[in-house]
Ligand binder design. Sequence first.
Ligand SMILES: [Zn+2]
Length: 193
Amino acid sequence: MKIVIDPGHGGKDQGAMFRALREADIVMDIALACFSRLQFLHWTVLTRVSDMYVSLADRVQIANSWKADLFVSIHTNADMDSDEPCMPEGKGEEIWIYPGSPARKVAETIKEHVDGFFPDHPFRGIKESSSLYVLKPENIKMPTLLIETGFIDNLTEHKAFQSQETRRRIGRMLGRGLLDYCGKRYRGKTKPN
Ligand SMILES: [Zn+2]
């Protein structure tokens, strides 16, 4: 399997920010830990390896020109409304795919691992979007997932994201989930798309 791990944002694009914590930094650590987990068993590349700006077009270009089998973009979510009574604060993980994408098989396989990032918080589901650039089939030629690992502004998740060990744990769990998918595909339980 050729897998592209895409830590969202970077450089001048910091992503979501909450109390001095930047999405770009969180997802970099998660992506590196995920990469470490995969690299000995699968061809794996990162779209960035440091806090640098890479355009969305360049990210998908890396995957397309390499003819990757899978593209996994890593993000943190944000629900910037202040906490109000009867307005529940966003929490938990999400997986985004393009409508009808074969990436749903991957998402179904890894969702239990993803749900484990914040085991006490709900898995918000496998969601479909036809507007996210990295998911659109006209931009990218292989199954693609965009993972919202948690909410940078949820107090519990924010606190967890401050710890590099937590970021690494999340990255390892994601890597484990992807290994699970690759293993199933290899054994023929999930047919290649
Ligand atoms: Zn993001």
